[in-house]
Design a protein around this ligand. Structure first.
Ligand code: ADP
Ligand code: SF4
Length: 719
């Protein structure tokens, strides 16, 4: 280990528990929770195996009123919830880590879609997040919900949790709603002064401590500052944050601190630097005698060592860095920091959850969420008894690079990765040159570095492979990973037909590749960006062109610019940036025709409401199309494949279906793991954790068999 990182491995006392090092996986949503208890347990257990001293659940409901469906929580309402979470605790303890649970009651942020129950809040205030309201709690309601916290804490203790967090975090917790004047309009002893507004949290912490405090460490999950809130009801670290720490420090064992609303807390690399929260935490540090853990998208051991060494925080908190690489602590400890698969801060992980409770995925780590159902381990790969078969991968984008990496890890003796461009990386090479997306290059850098270490993987660049090249190459397996390109006809998901004139004026109409690869520079003053994609490309290009001084109009058929960006918690920040740059935003409009100097369109809800724009250039961000010519040529020539002794031709990534980088990486990873199955084009079945009426435990054995060899699976959770 680099001696500068040694302080990160000093044990620290937290109430009745001891952290073996300074690495703490903060509570974070996963979309697994109560729906997929096996996946939840193995996801968290993998971090324990990766060396983190403590590992938390996601937000865990203490009461049926705290119903956030379809968003998936953990839950501790009864014995069945205990049984499911016990598996997680066992997995975490198996690797000598501490297990933590984050107790929450949603208050006004609840939905009640499953239970159909109302929920209480300090006052009857509607939630901007859920769109729901709540009932104003009277004192008996307060006592009842505090009892729910206590009952859940006792269950957590009985299950074996070591850390019990009572969260006052934005977006999902009643103690924060009592703290913030935005929510709390009471005039009794639970409202008004800071001391009064802290009363609910203080009493709850005290009651939980009294119930379980000798057995478990009590953690205060605390949002220090409402960030970007300029109203007179803002919660500010300089007085409110400091005041709360002074009031509660004596009754907590650990502070788990963060700043801002959910979309600030899950701060994307496009807008936030790592550990931007430092200035906030420095303000409360002098008042906290108890250890402080905080997140900051920490992937760099130098930054971690500085944060701890300077005494700003005592413990490195992480959610996304641990999603991207659960083995960060062990890699630092073993002096292998260069092997860390660094989080790129894209927020694809949280986007699936935000978009209605979906399962966790990661752009960098294809194995996340697959530990249990597919038996995938991020650092362990099984060898193949067909390792001598030569494999040629064509296309070194995310899919091709990841597939080569996995095949290399599995010990295949001759893996050749061929790329037409001068460098590997595929579309990420130019996407990462868009404003704010520099960090996305880590997708390439990590794989480049890993491939460079593998003597069994050969990387060939600067050669475009055609059919004859492939047939002559001498591989027995060919994997086509040739990617996708943006459509240049303006065909959109909305119309499924080209925009008239799109292909008639090549000096006026551009695709994203044209703009970014500077094959044809946009040297026009007035540019219209037509965004039917809704993710980062349209708004990023509008941002880039506006930064270059052009007058930009961004037109989208959607009702919101960059609608998917609101799932990645970037939407508000992107809107702010576009408005700052003076980009004209036009929603709910589609394009009809392009002519020199003029673009016409109409309102998607009213075809007679026509509109025209005077512009000199149009950038079409409508949809991508797979580049699958090579695959089609190969599969159309079975006799020639036989003569060339090519046994199988497979394809992965965007050349199958253009999707986000995370899916291209997943596709490449999956094929690398399963290339030697009888039918590698068809994914192996995985454990669905589905309740099947009439099935007994042994009935699941068939679907477990291929998962069992790599990771022992406890079957208790399948009951
Ligand atoms: P994905 O996201 O599926 O990995 P990308 O579009 O990022 O796809 O990458 C595909 C890569 O394949 C690009 O770098 C492209 O240059 C390369 N490529 C496409 N066709 C060929 C070919 N015939 N020979 C070699 N490389 C190719
Ligand atoms: Fe980081 Fe993106 Fe992975 Fe989330 S999806 S952990 S932000 S790399």
């Amino acid at each position: 280990m680099d001696p500068r990182h040694a302080p990160l491995f000093e044990p620290i006392r937290v109430g009745p528990k001891t952290f073996r090092n300074r690495f703490y996986v903060a509570p974070h949503c996963s979309g697994l929770g109560v729906e997929y208890p096996g996946a939840q347990a193995y996801l968290r257990g993998m971090r324990a195996e990766g060396g983190w001293a403590a590992v938390n659940t996601e937000y865990c409901a203490v009461d049926p009123e705290s119903d956030d469906s379809p968003w998936v929580q953990a839950r501790l309402l009864d014995e069945r919830d205990e049984a499911n979470l016990r598996l997680m605790v066992e997995r975490v303890h198996e690797f000598d880590a501490l297990a933590g649970v984050q107790l929450v009651y949603m208050g006004a942020d609840h939905t009640g879609y499953v239970t159909r129950l109302p929920a209480g809040g300090p006052s009857q205030v509607a939630s901007a997040m859920s769109g729901h309201s709540c009932y104003a709690m009277d004192k008996s309601d307060i006592r009842r919900i505090q009892q729910s916290y206590v009952a859940a804490a006792i269950r957590a203790r009985n299950v074996g949790f070591d850390l019990i967090q009572v969260a006052a975090r934005e977006g999902f917790s009643l103690p924060l709603q009592f703290l913030w004047r935005y929510w709390n309009h009471r005039t009794d002893e639970y409202g008004g002064s800071l001391e009064n507004r802290t009363r609910f949290w203080r009493e709850t912490l005290e009651q939980v401590r009294e119930a379980v405090g000798d057995d478990c460490a009590i953690v205060a999950g605390f949002c220090l500052d409402s960030f970007n809130d300029t109203s007179d009801r803002a919660f500010k670290v300089s007085d409110d944050g400091v005041g709360v720490v002074e009031l509660l420090d004596d009754i907590v064992d650990l502070w788990d601190m963060q700043v801002g609303h959910l979309e600030d807390d899950v701060s994307s690399s496009r807008f936030f630097e790592p550990f931007w929260q430092r200035g906030y935490i420095e303000q409360v540090r002098p008042y906290a005698k108890k250890p402080i853990a905080a997140v900051g998208r920490f992937t760099d051991p130098e930054l971690m060592a500085r944060a701890v060494g300077d005494g700003v925080i005592d413990i490195i908190g992480a959610a996304r860095p641990a999603i991207s690489d659960p083995f960060i602590p062990i890699k630092i400890q073993e002096g292998r920091a260069e092997d860390i698969r660094e989080c790129i801060g894209c927020n694809m992980c949280v986007s699936r959850f935000n978009n209605g409770g979906g399962r966790i995925v990661c752009t960098q780590n294809a194995t996340v969420g697959e530990e249990y159902r597919r038996g995938w381990h991020p650092e362990r790969f099984n060898t193949s008894d067909r390792a001598e078969e030569p494999i040629l991968i064509i296309g070194a984008g995310p899919a091709g690079m990841e597939c080569a990496r996995v095949l290399g890890e599995r010990g295949f003796e001759a893996v050749h990765l061929a790329e037409a461009d001068a460098e590997i990386g595929g579309h990420v090479n130019w996407v990462s040159q868009l404003p704010g997306l520099r960090t996305w290059r880590r997708v390439v850098e990590y794989r480049e570095a890993q491939l460079a270490k593998m003597s069994n993987v050969t990387v060939l660049t600067g050669k475009h492979f055609d059919l004859e090249d492939v047939l002559d190459y001498g591989a027995s397996t060919v994997i086509v990973a040739t990617g996708a390109s943006w459509d240049r006809t303006g065909t959109s998901p909305l119309t499924h037909v080209p925009v008239a004139g799109a292909d008639a004026y090549p000096t006026m109409v551009f695709t994203p590749e044209d703009v970014m690869l500077e094959k044809r520079a946009v040297d026009a003053d007035r540019v219209l960006v037509y965004d039917c994609d809704g993710y980062f490309m349209g708004s990023s290009l509008a941002q880039k062109l506006a930064i270059e001084g052009k007058k930009v109009t961004l037109v989208t058929p959607a009702d919101q610019v960059g609608s998917y960006l609101f799932h990645t918690d970037e939407g508000g920040h992107v809107m702010h940036a576009l408005l700052d740059l003076g980009v004209e935003l036009v929603t709910s409009h589609t394009l009809d025709g392009i002519e020199p100097g003029t673009v016409t369109g109409h309102n998607v809800y009213h075809s007679a409401k026509e509109i025209s724009w005077s512009v000199d250039a149009v950038v079409l961000v409508t949809q991508r199309r797979s580049r699958n010519d090579l695959y089609e040529q190969l599969t159309a020539a079975p006799d020639r494949l036989r003569s060339a002794e090519i046994n199988q031709v497979l394809r992965i990534g965007d050349c199958v279906e253009p999707r986000v980088i995370a899916e291209a990486v997943f596709d490449g990873h999956r094929l690398g793991r399963e290339i030697d199955t009888p039918d590698p084009a068809t994914p192996l079945p995985f454990i669905r954790e589905q309740r099947i009426l009439g099935w007994r435990e042994e009935d699941y054995d068939g679907i477990l068999r291929h998962v069992l060899p790599l990771t022992p699976v406890s079957r208790t959770s399948l009951r």
